[in-house]
Design a protein around this ligand. Structure first.
Ligand code: SAM
Length: 281
């Protein structure tokens, strides 16, 4: 297929992507989306856009549907992305670790839209720096989720190109990574055990009864329109502990988004804690 999607074909793919992932592809991205789909047409040897659309619509959980979603998502990520967020997280973790009353609660963190795992592993590095070997015996559970099955495989492998650690202090790279023969960096296998990776679509509630102290939903809502952002916020709120925090990407505005978190600082939000306010009153 040589040509880009026609406006009508673009609309059909747009609607399916929106239905499956909540992602809104603006018309300016017609050429980008066409390129991405063309690659899938080549790989699957399907001749036309409409035939490919029929193929990925045919069964809800088809392998090709997963490959299609992998191909239309943007997975850029790196360790210690947005230092301001990590300073905030570190301060919170230090306070919790220093307080005998809260220490035993441990640390439960969700890296939603985790991509290849740099965010989830940054969390474990910071907690390891604060708590020491074996996290000082405290329970540490980090959940990394993403829509893309392919990127989750990369996260589980924990192998990174030097670009991913360009914002990481060299002594941290030295301590937590091993250089491979191909100049890639393998993240510490022991620390990686604190992280579980699992597929999850942010448009759906997180299954199970898990509750988190911190939820990171960064650099994914730029692809969502207001109704999709509202779904994500509602789902994140349900699994955030009262008093827990939500962190969104620096450039992601929640203005005009009807959502239940309280604003703390730019891109940092908190779930109100009714018990805390009762004590203060
Ligand atoms: C740009 S990366 C952000 C990674 C990381 N949070 C960060 O800030 O560095 C966006 C990720 O969101 C994922 N994603 C897109 N739509 C999603 C959805 N509906 N549910 C879950 N993940 C989604 C993509 O697969 C991609 O890995």
């Amino acid at each position: 297929m040589e040509r880009d999607l026609s406006p009508a074909e673009f609309q059909r793919f747009h609607d399916l992507i929106y239905k499956l992932a909540g992602i809104h592809y603006p018309t300016e991205k017609l050429a980008l989306l066409s390129n991405r789909i063309r690659r899938r047409l080549r790989d699957t040897k399907v001749a036309t856009y409409d035939a490919y659309l029929a193929m990925i619509q045919s069964t809800t959980q088809s392998t090709e549907q997963a490959a299609f979603l992998d191909s239309i998502t943007t997975n850029e990520t790196y360790f210690f992305r947005c230092q301001r967020h990590w300073d905030f997280f570190k301060q919170w973790a230090q306070q919790r670790a220093a307080n005998p009353g809260t220490r035993r609660e441990g640390f439960r963190i969700w890296s939603a839209a985790a991509s290849s795992g740099a965010e989830a592993f940054t969390i474990t590095i910071i907690l390891h720096q604060i708590l020491g070997p074996n996290f000082g015996g405290m329970p540490v559970e980090v959940l990394g989720t993403d829509l893309s099955t392919q990127i989750l495989e990369e996260a589980r492998a924990g192998l990174y190109r030097p670009y991913a650690v360009a914002q990481t202090p060299p002594e941290v790279v030295k301590k937590y990574f091993t250089k491979t023969k191909t100049d890639e960096l393998l993240f510490d296998r022991q620390l990686a055990k604190a992280v579980t990776f699992q597929r999850h679509n942010l448009m759906e509630p997180l299954p199970g009864n898990r509750q988190f102290d911190f939820v990171f939903v960064r650099n994914v809502m730029i692809y969502f329109d207001v109704p999709s952002k509202e779904r994500v916020m509602k789902n994140a709120f349900q699994v955030t502990k009262p008093g827990g925090f939500l962190i969104v990407g620096e450039s992601e505005s929640l203005m005009n988004v009807n959502q239940p978190f309280q604003y703390c600082k730019p891109s940092i939000f908190q779930k109100p804690d009714p018990t805390a306010s009762k004590i203060k009153a």
